[in-house]
Write a protein that binds this ligand. Structure first.
Ligand code: PFF
Length: 452
């Protein structure tokens, strides 16, 4: 049977490898850089609550659906959708889901790499001792100088793209599995060390209250859209990244259990990052709504003051780079897998083409922080716009289509077989994905454009 084949790109060595790779994809800048700053911009607790609800009711069911489609199709998302549509007697149009994912991946990686570049440059700043005893103001200046300098940003952006291409060219298993196995736990541990520092800052309770006291007057329809968009972004859903990883998943491994583990790990890291950052924000009289620079303006203050800060600071940004790295490769993998399948390209050539194209688009983000900072559309800079359109429109739309395909187009028997859940678990997934998830996504969409 067609779906019994394994992918031409290889397979994960087992359950743990998949969990690590999927967690590597999910845990990244989204958890440590983006979650705290959008939480800060959207007023804290109520936003966090909506985000957690979206993870449980929208993210998790879609993650299971996306992994399932991948494992059944065993190819790049574009070809997977085409062959599954054929198998289920549906229209070829479903292939468009794959194409939209490829486009979303390109656009996200183009700015993701620039921000990962900030983290790279912070490794070097930390090693030079630039944070030692620095005041909040000094760090603010350090950050503004970095983003005002296109050349420095291009340098670090190029280095990060190069790192991404090297791993993608070597194939998903070469190197990646090993890196993720040690680095992810390392990042978790270091966040715990930082948590200790945040607790001792004297402002822990303020941080905790900001993160968990839900004041619904602080959110509006746009914040709800942002919370939902972030649930997709942080779990790497809606663009084929998790689908392509699912296509390398051997048969017989429980999709439900692995998805729950990945979603839990991801959420935990985000909350931990929030618990570390907000006490530091309040302890130093900073603004929670400072925007994308938030962690880059707060954490170095802590590193500059704590003993062993030079070591911990450098290590932290190194681990952040690794977290971003293992996410970046999943952003570009759907496109690379497609080129290898359909154009018979070598992985190296495919990685090179995708990498150079993404690098070029990334320049727009670089300039949006300096020479093009006044180029705006709907009041948003190019970076803000790229982030908004991909996270809040393209990913939820892709996720919605995945949910619809998995439970309205695919035969119930096919998904039952593939998911391998018990009957209660399967029914729960099936009904939530059939009604709750799509309705939730639609309501959020319609509300945000003022139609509901
Ligand atoms: N989940 C990643 C993060 O939180 O940083 C970003 C990401 C990776 C988004 C892969 C989408 C994706 F397909």
């Amino acid at each position: 049977m067609e779906q019994q084949r394994s992918s031409i790109h290889g397979q994960w060595s087992g359950r743990l490898a998949f969990i690590l790779a999927a967690t590597g994809s999910a845990v990244g800048l989204g958890n440590i850089w983006k979650f705290p700053y959008i939480t800060g911009e959207n007023g804290g607790g109520a936003f966090v609550l909506v985000y957690l609800l979206c993870i449980a009711l929208v993210g998790l069911p879609i993650m299971m659906a996306e992994v399932m489609l991948g494992r059944r199709g065993r190819q790049s998302p574009i070809n997977t959708m085409m062959s599954l549509a054929k198998e289920e007697g549906a229209h070829r149009f479903w292939k468009a889901l794959g194409w939209m994912g490829v486009l979303a991946g390109f656009l996200i990686l183009s700015y993701y790499s620039v921000i990962a570049g900030w983290a790279l440059s912070y490794v070097s700043l930390s090693l030079e001792g630039a944070f030692v005893s620095a005041s909040a103001e000094d760090i603010g200046v350090l950050f503004s100088n970095l983003i005002a300098d296109p050349q420095r940003l291009i340098l670090w952006h190029s280095l990060f793209m190069l790192m991404t291409m090297v791993v993608v060219a070597r194939g998903v298993r070469g190197g990646l599995e090993v890196a993720v196995r040690y680095l992810m736990p390392g990042l978790g541990l270091l966040l715990l060390v930082m948590l200790g520092y945040a607790i001792s800052s004297g402002y822990f309770m303020q941080g905790l209250a900001f993160l968990f006291d839900a004041d619904f007057s602080k959110i509006n329809s746009t914040s709800i859209l942002v919370a939902m968009g972030h649930a997709f972004f942080t779990l790497s859903l809606g663009m084929g990244a998790i689908m392509v990883y699912g296509s390398y998943l051997p048969k017989g491994i429980s999709i439900a259990k692995t998805s729950v583990l990945v979603a839990l790990a991801d959420t935990l890291v985000a909350l931990l990052a929030g618990l570390v950052i907000f006490p530091l924000v309040f302890a130093n009289g900073l603004e929670p709504g400072a925007g994308p620079g938030l962690i880059f303006q707060t954490l170095p203050i802590a590193f500059g003051q704590m003993s062993g800060g030079l070591f911990f600071g450098s290590l932290f940004f190194v681990l952040l780079v690794f977290a971003a790295w293992s996410s970046a490769i999943s952003l570009i993998e759907p496109a690379v897998a497609y080129l290898v399948e359909n154009r018979s390209m070598k992985r190296l050539t495919a990685a090179l083409i995708c990498g150079v194209a993404t690098w070029l688009v990334g320049l727009a983000t670089v300039f949006s922080f300096n020479i093009w900072s006044d180029v705006t559309l709907f009041d948003k800079t190019i970076f803000d716009l790229l982030d908004f359109v991909t996270s809040n429109i393209m990913l939820p739309l892709g996720g919605l289509m995945i949910a619809i395909f998995a439970v309205w187009v695919m035969k119930k028997e096919s998904s039952r077989q593939e998911l391998g859940l018990g009957s209660v678990g399967f029914s729960l997934w099936y009904w939530v994905t059939r009604f709750v998830t799509p309705v939730a996504v639609l309501i959020v969409f319609l509300t945000s454009i003022g139609l509901f």
